[in-house]
Design a protein around this ligand. Structure first.
Ligand code: SF4
Ligand code: SF4
Length: 341
């Protein structure tokens, strides 16, 4: 990305922030080309779902064109399921890259061999985020439901370091032993940063409103120790979470706080698109519409407006997740600087 594009990004994001109350266009766009996954993680429901309906690459490219025409520069996140299960993911990335977008791919890392890494780089991918949930190999593999996943992540980091793509780690705070935290923080030194994600015991599946409980919070004393490490290391290490978010995590894990009346959920700024094109800001509130009916039109519809109004008064614990936490302007600049080349 050249200097003019970076300036364009910064200006567009700044204007979007300032005008959000009048023109609530999304700041964060996530597409989920598939919900299929090659792993069976204990804290996730996606792999239990057998829905196979997925938009083809042509429809994803059309959606990206529509978004570009509406939003200008924006940061595109590609998630799943496991997006590398789609053989045409490079085609979608290349199209987005041709539209001068910054693109991040979120993966469990197990399908990242050298040839796949090369084709991702050639397609113009900006950054890769790999999920790793414990510094302890056996614990990570048991959470992921398959042996060898921890070693594959380490190998993928080594191979990605030979490329120009940025590397991030994403870790759900589910194994807060100080030993595990130290290893994760050491591992993050080989990358451009690590994001810790609070564990939500009620995670949405692709059927919003599903109330399945799929994981338990760790013991409070251990969680407190782990969060102290995060607070101490944040200023000197590669931790990308804001200070406010880590403090909120402490209240959630240690004090058992379930609502955050002082925070304002930023999911109204999010647009997430499911494999079949359904559009969401908050998964718990249900879908806004489908991209087949026009992305801008659906987002700005009466239903979209009502959802954003409901979001503005909602204070549930999922407000402290990375995608929903209301960052201040300093944190946003810090995040932008970390992802821009
Ligand atoms: S790798 Fe991700 S999508 Fe796949 S089962 Fe695990 S948490 Fe779910
Ligand atoms: S806090 Fe935000 S993400 Fe959570 S249910 Fe409310 S609006 Fe949705």
């Amino acid at each position: 990305m050249n200097i003019a594009d970076k300036a364009g990004y910064a200006a567009t994001l700044g204007i979007r922030e300032l005008s959000h109350n009048f023109s609530p266009a999304p700041s964060f766009v996530t597409i989920n080309p598939t919900f299929s996954c090659n792993l069976k993680c204990k804290m996730c429901n996606y792999w239990k779902i057998r829905q196979k309906e997925e938009l083809c690459a042509v429809k994803w490219k059309k959606a990206i064109s529509e978004l570009k025409a509406w939003l200008g520069y924006f940061h595109l996140s590609i998630c799943g399921g496991e997006p590398l299960l789609r053989p045409d993911i490079e085609e979608i990335i290349a199209f987005a890259s041709g539209n001068k977008l910054m693109i991040n791919l979120m993966t469990n890392g197990t399908l990242l061999n050298n040839s796949r890494i090369n084709s991702l780089q050639e397609s113009g991918l900006t950054s890769v985020t790999i999920s790793i949930d414990s510094g302890r190999k056996e614990f990570h593999d048991s959470l992921r439901g398959a042996a060898g996943t921890y070693d594959k992540v380490k190998e993928a980091i080594k191979d990605l370091r030979k490329t120009k793509m940025k590397i991030f780690l994403s870790s759900i705070l589910i194994d807060p032993s100080p030993y595990s935290m130290r290893i994760l923080l050491d591992m993050s030194k080989e990358t451009d940063g690590i994001y810790f994600q609070p564990l939500m015991v009620r995670m949405p599946t692709q059927h919003p409103g599903d109330k399945k409980f799929c994981a338990r919070l760790p013991e409070k004393r251990q969680a407190a120790e782990a969060i102290e490490i995060l607070l101490k290391e944040r200023s000197i290490g590669k931790i990308r979470n804001s200070l406010g978010q880590i403090r909120s995590m402490r209240r959630y894990y240690v004090e058992g706080i379930k609502e955050f009346p002082m925070l304002s959920c930023s999911s109204a700024h999010n647009l997430s698109i499911s494999p079949k094109g359904d559009m969401y800001s908050c998964f718990f509130m249900g879908k806004i519409g489908n991209i087949g009916n026009g992305i801008k039109k659906s987002f700005m519809s009466d239903l979209g407006k009502k959802m954003r109004k409901d979001i503005s008064t909602c204070k549930k614990s999922c407000i402290i997740m990375n995608c929903n936490y209301p960052e201040n302007i300093g944190d946003r600049i810090r995040r932008f600087a970390s992802i821009a080349h």
